[in-house]
Design a protein around this ligand. Structure first.
Ligand code: ADP
Ligand code: AMP
Length: 212
């Protein structure tokens, strides 16, 4: 049995190539709609830097090489973060309105982790797919690399990340498209334009899922 039950817990997977704008759009949705946002990449970088972590080295190598970190590590980090977020506050409220909706950003990047997460943690309600060209993504990543300090925002890592995206992550999107769970959004436009369309499509899908 999964730890969390859909549809009480709403899990929205957020996918797209590296630099497509996933983190940026999740930030907008948090501000606007009060959803919770967990980025697999951020959780992995945090774990990589945590003193005493047994996974530091393997995470570091995978990130620079643009490879998928073993799913056991990533799924556990996401599940822990969700459990922590849903613990009752001191006032006894489990979560405020909208806070039981999770944006799981940069996950699942590979088919095995998709199936394992849905089996062990929670069924997904929908998948947002931010779609743009490799040229746009590359340009954004190189610009971000001027200030991000990230070990993988450089030409060599970007090429490898694109390969992983094409070979491993695209099949995940195709899998969910067949289940009619994918909201495709052109993320080449401005942050505001992308956000407005994303928000509209999410609420339409939530209404559809609940039969309204
Ligand atoms: P991802 O999480 O998909 O890797 P980010 O949200 O970090 O991507 O965005 C990558 C870079 O592109 C960031 O520097 C961000 O500020 C910038 N960016 C994001 N969305 C847009 C947009 N719609 N137009 C222009 N730049 C954007
Ligand atoms: P991101 O911050 O989403 O750009 O991810 C940076 C890197 O973290 C990726 O290139 C992978 O090496 C790793 N990573 C992020 N998300 C996942 C995931 N779902 N599964 C495995 N590795 C991941």
């Amino acid at each position: 049995m999964p730890t969390f039950k859909a549809p009480e817990t709403v899990v929205i997977f957020v996918l797209g190539g590296p630099g497509a704008g996933k983190g940026t759009q999740c930030g907008e949705l948090v501000k606007d709609c009060g959803f919770r946002h967990f980025s697999a990449g951020d959780l992995l970088r945090e774990e990589q830097d945590r003193e005493g972590s047994t996974y530091g080295e393997i995470i570091k190598t995978c990130i620079v090489e643009g490879k998928i970190v073993p799913m056991e590590i990533t799924i556990k980090l996401l599940e822990n973060a969700m459990v922590k977020a849903l613990q009752p506050s001191e006032s006894g409220e489990v979560w405020e309105k909208g806070k039981g909706t999770f944006l799981i950003d940069g996950f699942p990047r590979k088919m095995d982790q998709a199936l394992k997460f849905e089996e062990d943690v929670c069924q997904s309600s929908m998948v947002i797919f931010f779609e743009t060209t490799l040229e746009v993504m590359k340009k954004r990543l190189l610009k971000r690399g001027e200030t991000s300090g990230r070990a993988d925002d450089n030409e060599a890592s970007i090429v490898k990340r694109f390969e992983t995206y094409e070979s491993q992550t695209k099949p995940v999107i195709e899998h969910y498209a067949k289940l009619d769970k994918v909201l495709r959004i052109d993320s080449s436009r401005t942050v505001e334009e992308v956000h407005e369309e994303t928000k509209t499509k999410i609420f339409e899908k939530l209404a559809k899922n609940s039969g309204n």
